[in-house]
Design a protein around this ligand. Structure first.
Ligand code: NAI
Ligand code: MG
Length: 327
């Protein structure tokens, strides 16, 4: 069986790390892929006026899964609608520290389960009068239930014991109140243990005692910020993959952006993108292959070569070749 994968490299280092993930997937002899490349981001907008051409939407909608690199200034115009195209309601962001890397917190293994459709990223912003602008924070029981069910199921399926529900219901009583009460109801239905945490204090605890957390279920903005914070604990954005999961379709992308400060130099760390491809393999049911890819990335992180963000001087291509060799 051949799996059709939409490949959208995007801008900046997206163009450099996406081919790395494709070459790792191509190196797996046990799975057949057909890659269909499509354009999105600043460059295609400059050319055509559209950051996410209809053709790209169609390719992502029809594919079995999508690999996305990163977009630049147009990121919101690309990734928000693309998440919509694949119907994704859950953003899964694992942050792990790896042996041999000089991480701020070497005992981190946390998966952020981020609500991916609403909250302050509802997109409902207005200028009501000159000098006053508002944002509507939308929280629905349906989306809160979907993300909580996904989070508790994810914890169980992946052998994680501790589930934390992040919120700020003491201040945002209606919106986060609904998020929290819905997530707690889901936990009660499942007879699952959980903790709740105010998201600001949680940020501090994640820095000081990350080993106490496994799965953290978050509203949209909190998940975005806390997972980037966790990236800092484990060695930087070059290490964090993510999955945008829907009922039937899914999109996989590194947590990082187009990194204009290093784009074009050929030194971007491909690990986040390759680990995103491992999440794609999981999603398609190739658990064994996903494990092999993770092991290969881990082995190269430990022994090198490493890119400059991890203190090395190797190129993206050299690291990718080492990962493929390990496989
Ligand atoms: P960024 O993630 O692009 O870069 C932040 C820092 O991390 C930079 O110093 C960069 O060099 C470093 N970095 C990131 N990925 C790396 C990698 N694989 N290897 C080595 N170093 C890496 O975030 P920033 O600077 O806030 O945004 C840059 C552009 O990316 C903006 O135009 C933003 O809109 C866009 N962006 C796009 C996203 C997406 O497409 N999903 C997500 C975040 C930002
Ligand atoms: Mg972000």
């Amino acid at each position: 069986m051949t799996h059709e994968i939409a490949v959208i490299p995007g801008d900046g280092i997206g163009q450099e790390v996406t081919p790395a993930a494709v070459s790792v997937l191509e190196a797996l002899e046990t799975v057949d892929f057909e890659f269909v490349e499509a354009a999105a981001g600043d460059a295609v907008k400059a050319e055509t006026g559209e950051a996410l051409p209809q053709e790209t939407r169609d390719i992502a909608a029809d594919a079995d899964a999508t690999l996305f690199g990163a977009a630049g200034e147009t990121a919101a115009d690309v990734i928000l609608p693309l998440r919509d195209v694949v119907g994704s309601f859950a953003n899964v962001r694992p942050a792990r520290s790896y042996p041999g890397l000089d991480a701020v917190q070497p005992d981190t293994d946390i998966v952020f389960i981020r609500e991916n459709t609403e909250g302050v990223y509802s997109g409902i912003e207005n200028e009501i009068v000159d000098g006053v602008r508002t944002l509507t924070r939308v929280v629905t029981e349906d989306a809160s239930r979907d993300i909580a069910e996904f989070g508790f199921d994810y914890a169980k399926q992946n052998g994680y014991d501790d589930v934390t529900i992040a919120h700020k219901a003491n201040v945002m009583r209606e919106t986060d109140g609904l998020f929290l009460e819905t997530a707690e109801a889901v936990a009660a239905e499942r007879g699952a243990d959980y903790d709740t945490a105010l998201m600001d204090a949680l940020a501090m605890h994640l820095v000081m005692t990350p080993e106490e957390y496994d799965v953290v279920i978050c509203p949209n903005l909190a998940g975005d910020m806390l997972s980037d914070l966790a990236a800092g604990l484990v060695g930087g954005l070059g290490l964090l993959p993510s999955a945008n999961v829907g009922e039937e379709n899914a999109l996989f992308e590194p947590v990082h952006g187009s990194a204009p400060d290093i784009a074009g130099e050929g030194i971007a760390n491909p690990s986040a993108m390759v680990l995103s491809a491992a999440m794609l393999l999981d999603h398609l049911g190739y658990d064994e292959e996903a494990g092999r890819v993770r092991d290969a990335v881990e082995a190269v992180l430990e022994s090198g070569p490493r890119t400059p963000d991890l203190g090395g001087d190797a190129s993206t291509e050299a690291v990718t070749a080492a990962i493929v060799d390990e496989l």
